[in-house]
Design a protein around this ligand. Structure first.
Ligand code: UD1
Length: 417
């Protein structure tokens, strides 16, 4: 397995372009299952998770063409509405095929994702929603098996805000008979991007981006073109990375409006941030101030940026409290950061971080994507060398991470195994 060797201490400066959003690309590629015509997607990031999903779609009979950041999918020959365990276990987002398959094929067999490093992450809301739309859903032998001659529009109220749950049900409702209303819907920008893609394919959706989404079912969708939105978590990660080094950066091909809570915290930490329509310029002081935060569904502070801000707080001036309210086990990076010399105390879902004068390089390893990103950020300011093992997590979610960091002046080397 590849490793990443970082020599800390460089001040990051320069300009890089942000890639298409992983968490928008995954549901949007699944939307192609809903129609028989070719759908063309641009700005698709080259990431391990995208490759995994395309392999899954191909296995179902979808024609896949990929050239650079353009992916064309044609699901007219869809034959196998099945997502096997081998695929789903490597990427939970594979469960996003459930809604489209149930709606278009009247049947789906999708492996239960099971738990993962950051928590139990059940999919009961996805299942409950499909049942309310008239599907017969059984969980047997580790598989969710759904069948329905045609789904029926329904009023769906989810027990909690769920991003992929909202996306799965919104996709299913596009081909249902009658109107579906999703209440307590996720307001994440990726949900809006998916809705825009579905609308381009002929769906009748209103309210995406608010907590009530209305979908009027249509009998079929058609081919379309859609550009995937910029990755707000990749954007936030580079902003943090540059900020901890006291650097200055211009990030292009991004969208500041999807990052209000994150940019607010960087300003609170002492950075100056200038936003233009498609770019963000950040310049950081020599020493940041510690910032407290609490994760919550959009537009509040995203759980996917919690680990990166913990790394920032580790070297900031003062103490901060970080409260994680979305996932029950999302502090595994804390023990690795402690190995670099960080002062962190965990009490339930709260981490108390006291900034230290300096971190010291060491060998570290993370168990999930954003935790790995926090270790990269810590490695960039740590004294000496930090070796990050298991970087396949980073390859799942950050396109060309080592090249982009090097372009900003970081001393980063990928060691091939
Ligand atoms: C998505 C994102 C992930 C992000 C998360 C929260 C994708 C591919 N992934 O994950 O990067 O960290 O949103 O912003 O977009 N829950 C249930 N039952 C359900 C569904 C969810 O109990 O049926 C719980 C989860 O365990 C979690 C909370 O609800 O505690 C929110 O999870 P959810 O929004 O569904 O996360 P994902 O969509 O899996």
């Amino acid at each position: 397995m590849d490793k990443l060797l970082i020599e800390g201490g460089s001040r990051l400066t320069g300009e890089i372009a942000i890639s298409g959003a992983k968490n928008a690309a995954l549901p949007i590629l699944c939307a192609a299952l809903l129609c028989a015509g070719p759908v063309v997607f641009t700005n698709v990031p080259q990431l391990k998770d995208v490759t995994t999903l395309l392999a899954l779609l191909e296995q179902m009979g979808v024609k896949v063409e990929r050239e650079g950041d353009t992916v064309t999918l044609d699901a007219s020959g869809l034959t196998e509405p099945v997502a096997p365990y081998e695929m789903v276990k490597t990427m939970r987002a594979s469960v996003l095929v459930l809604g489209p398959l149930a709606a278009r094929c009247g049947q789906a067999s999708v492996s239960l994702p099971g738990g993962c490093a950051i928590g139990a992450r059940p999919v009961d809301q996805h299942i409950k929603g499909l049942q309310a739309m008239g599907a017969k859903v059984d969980v047997e032998h580790g598989y969710i098996r759904a069948s329905a001659s045609r789904l029926k529009g329904a009023r769906l109220v989810t027990d909690m805000v769920t991003v992929t749950g909202t996306e799965n049900l919104m996709m299913a409702a596009c081909l249902a008979d009658g109107e579906t209303v999703i209440e307590n819907a996720a307001c994440e920008p990726e949900v809006v991007d998916l809705a825009n893609c579905l609308i381009a394919m002929g769906a009748k959706i209103s309210g995406a981006g608010s907590d009530v989404i209305r979908i009027k079912g249509v009998s079929r969708l058609h081919g379309a073109r859609h550009r995937i939105m910029p990755d707000r978590i990749e954007t936030g990660t580079y902003l943090c990375a540059v900020a901890v080094t006291g650097g200055s950066v211009r990030l292009t091909s991004t969208q500041a409006s999807s990052l209000d809570a994150v940019i607010g915290k960087l300003i609170e930490a002492g950075c100056s941030v200038r936003c233009e329509p498609n770019s963000i310029h950040l310049s950081a002081p020599g020493k940041l101030a510690a910032v407290s935060l609490r994760t919550a569904p959009h537009p509040a502070f995203p759980t996917d940026m919690q680990a990166q801000f913990m790394a920032l707080d580790c070297v900031a001036d003062g103490a901060a409290t970080i409260r994680e309210t979305i996932f029950e086990n999302r502090f595994m990076h804390a023990v690795e950061l402690q190995r670099l010399g960080a002062d962190i105390h965990i009490d339930g879902n709260t981490a108390m971080v006291r900034g230290v004068e300096r971190l010291q390089g060491a060998t570290v390893m993370a168990t999930d994507l954003r935790a790995s990103a926090s270790l990269v950020i810590a490695g960039l300011v740590a004294e000496g060398e930090t070796m990050i093992e298991r970087i396949y997590h980073l390859d799942r979610g950050y396109e060309h991470l080592d090249e982009k960091l090097s372009a900003l002046g970081a001393r980063v080397r990928r060691l091939k195994s």
